[in-house]
Design a protein around this ligand. Structure first.
Ligand SMILES: [Zn+2]
Length: 212
């Protein structure tokens, strides 16, 4: 069955999510030579290039939404004003909903992240014992944003306990409401073997069916 998902095949009627790595994360994981006086200039220039990539994804594959991965926004290294401006440059260039994925602990960044011009804020809640409380205390700041609710621990190569995942989703729904929650894994599944990754996704699929 796992073979069905190889070779770029998209399961019928499921739709797909477009993904790019965000400008702040790319710049902060690169060595910038003296052409730029500051990383912030590079981030804004990169955003003006990445918007064409996002526009191409929207046009060519008609995704359900496009996710921008910005894990560096939880590190404390990034200037939020610049990062926010860069994300706006990208999100304003398309009509498709935009999600921003920020893994890591959010106690010092959540209040800034809710100000970004995105439709969905996607964070980790399974392999992190701080973020659920951060969400609980700041859910009122989300306004019209939905939460991408990571409910599978992607830091381990083992299948999660179904009871734990159910309980976590239940808590998430109690905080933001079932209409404002999108269930997904904490982060990418690169640490899991293909078989374990598939079982983890099956577990999410089973939980979603139960709650919908
Ligand atoms: Zn991540």
């Amino acid at each position: 069955m796992i073979d069905d998902y190889f070779n770029g095949n998209v399961p019928e009627k499921k739709g797909i999510k477009g993904i790019i790595t965000g400008p702040s994360t790319i710049v902060f994981s690169s060595r910038i030579s003296h052409f730029y006086r500051s990383k912030n200039d590079a981030i804004l220039d990169l955003a003006n290039s990445l918007k064409y990539e996002v526009m191409a994804i929207e046009e060519k594959v008609n995704p359900k939404y496009i996710q921008i991965d910005e894990p560096f926004l939880s590190t404390g290294l990034v200037d939020f004003k610049t990062a926010r401006e860069a994300i706006s440059i990208i999100s304003e260039s398309v009509d498709v909903p935009i999600s921003m994925h920020v893994c890591g602990t959010l106690d010092s960044s959540f209040k800034e992240l809710v100000k970004f011009d995105v439709d969905i804020l996607d964070c980790e809640f399974a392999g992190n014992d701080v973020n659920l409380n951060v969400l609980r205390e700041n859910a009122g700041l989300l306004k019209n944003k939905k939460i991408g609710f990571g409910c599978i621990d992607t830091s381990v190569n083992e299948v999660d306990s179904y009871d734990d995942v159910q309980n976590l989703i239940r808590e998430g729904i109690a905080i933001v409401g079932s209409k404002n929650i999108i269930i997904d894994p904490d982060c990418g599944l690169r640490r899991a073997s293909p078989d374990v990754a598939f079982e983890k996704l099956q577990l999410i699929s089973k939980a979603v069916k139960e709650f919908s």
